[in-house]
Design a protein around this ligand. Structure first.
Ligand code: CS2
Length: 498
């Protein structure tokens, strides 16, 4: 549409009535939050909750300053700047209804690569109360085998040698906190929003390890004074497609260069541990609880693992999206069996949640036909996802003599994917993973040694040495390499149980 309205502050009042826009005075909002990693998920989740809060309560001190630490963040920084940091959240309901909401909670953006000092100075301003993170599961820089901080990371090495011009998130946080301390200010809270069990504890452990190398006294201050609340975060947010941009332009008359699409469901369960104040997110649907552990375990081991189960099996089979998988009864049943027989038995009860209802709701959410969540998004960076999402379930079942066969086929499918890079029908499957080469090399060794992939210690730990698992996995590998029609193996498992 040529007369579509370009999204920016000045044009907000000209947008069609069907689109909700921020009604609060954005010029009065200051950024009490700095957020590192402004991807789709941050924009559909924390920034959305915060937008609701600013609208509902009139709070002005809790706007967000986006921070990008990678060159790849330049595009979002540029687009947001051109749009006065506004963007459209396209909420897609299962019945086809679409709600468009312009989000105004991001009020600034800084690129750390261009000006590291601008980021650390901003962190050191009194008005900065929280630094939140979505840096992906792989961004926490720990050695999977030991859980310790990886000092061999080149960015970390750089930051230890040049503390004044950091590149890594740990270098930035340490420098920012150092400046605050020198200025006699209290620290900010560091709030992880990634899908990692005990994400706050993990952030603390990694940051303190880094800071101790750089400035032991500062590390002690961080350990005692900074809060790192754990949290469970949830909202399915597929990758934005050109069709989403066109839909907004053609159907709704808005030109937004980078909107975000998401499902209607959203959940945020947070430990109430903040050292420098916090927004009243509970007024807009977030839950503050003393212990978030059962919620995060449940979510990571059912939703995220469920995604990986469908993602890896579905890719080999030739499905394209999550909703396509759950529309296939074989995949929906397989997922439910995995959840019931393998994930649930090793979960603790969760206060106020019926796990059966929760699983039903997950399958319903996955089935939303308007959320075309591509399996490619699910499968990317599997080497940092599966050790958090799936492998703990396998290990705990092995300890208790529980079932591991549904998960074993998923790992075998991942090996096939990493080895061949094609579906059963020969469609190309791209491997996007920091460990791409290692994964491929280990998987390619499968023909001479069935356990080759499983022996990749940084990912699987000692799983290859477990006889029960190794046997099940080897038989799945043998069958899959003989006939990559994975549906046959899935069927065999389901019927074997009937
Ligand atoms: C997905 C998550 O990354 C993944 O593989 O499982 O991004 C998932 O969509 C979100 O955690 C939903 O809250």
């Amino acid at each position: 549409m040529n007369n579509a309205i370009t999204l920016n502050q000045k044009n907000l009042s000209r947008l069609p009535d069907s689109i909700s826009v921020p009604t609060y005075d954005r010029s009065k909002v200051t950024a009490g939050i700095m957020h590192i990693g402004v991807g789709g998920f941050h924009r559909s989740h924390e920034a959305w909750y915060t937008n609701e809060l600013l609208s509902k309560t009139g709070a002005t001190e809790w706007g967000i300053c986006g921070v990008g630490l990678r060159e790849g963040d330049r595009k979002i920084a540029d687009i947001l700047k051109q749009q006065d940091y506004l963007y459209t959240l396209i909420v897609k309901h299962p019945d086809g209804r679409i709600e468009n909401q312009v989000i105004g909670s991001i009020v600034d953006f800084i690129l750390g690569g261009d000006d590291p000092g601008a980021v650390t100075d901003r962190m050191a301003q009194e008005t900065t109360k929280i630094v939140s993170l979505t840096i992906t599961e792989g961004g926490y820089n720990f050695k999977p085998a030991t859980g310790e901080f990886n000092f061999k990371n080149p960015e970390v090495k750089h930051d230890l040698a040049h503390p004044e011009s950091p590149k890594s998130v740990f270098g930035f946080l340490t420098r920012g906190l150092k400046k605050r301390r020198a200025a006699g200010l209290p620290p900010f809270t560091i709030q992880s929003c990634d899908n990692i069990q005990h994400n706050g504890d993990m952030t603390r452990k990694m940051l303190v390890a880094f800071a101790r190398k750089q400035d032991p006294e500062l590390a002690e201050w961080i350990e005692t004074e900074v809060c790192f609340p754990n949290a469970m975060v949830d909202r399915i947010t597929p990758v934005t497609t050109p069709a989403d941009i066109e839909l907004l332009e053609n159907e709704y008359g808005i030109t937004d260069k980078w909107p975000v699409t998401c499902e209607p469901f959203s959940q945020w369960v947070i430990e109430d541990k903040f050292c420098n104040g916090r927004p009243e997110w509970e007024k807009v649907g977030a839950q503050f609880v003393p212990d978030v552990t059962p919620y995060e375990t449940m979510k990571i081991r059912l939703l995220n693992a469920g995604h990986s189960v469908l993602g890896l099996l579905g890719s080999i089979h030739g499905h394209g999206t999550i909703d396509e998988c759950v529309a296939d009864p074989l995949f929906a049943n397989y997922l439910r069996r995995f959840m019931d027989f393998e994930a649930t038995p090793v979960l603790d009860p969760v206060d106020g949640i019926d796990l059966d209802d929760y699983k039903d709701s997950l399958i319903e959410r996955f089935g939303n036909p308007n959320i075309k969540d591509n399996l490619a998004r699910i499968c990317l960076e599997s080497s940092s996802k599966l050790p958090k999402f799936l492998i703990p379930t396998i290990n705990e079942n092995l300890e208790r003599g529980g079932s591991i066969e549904y998960a074993a086929l998923v790992i075998a499918a991942w090996c096939y994917y990493s080895d061949k890079g094609v579906s059963k029908d020969g469609e190309q499957l791209e491997i996007v993973d920091d460990m791409k080469d290692e994964l491929h090399k280990a998987a390619a060794g499968t023909t001479s040694n069935k356990l080759s992939f499983l022996k990749l210690k940084p990912v699987f730990g000692n799983l290859a040495q477990n006889k029960t698992f190794a046997e099940e996995y080897s038989s799945m590998i043998a069958a899959l390499y003989e006939n990559p029609d994975i549906s046959k193996l899935m069927q065999a498992k389901l019927f074997g149980r009937d």
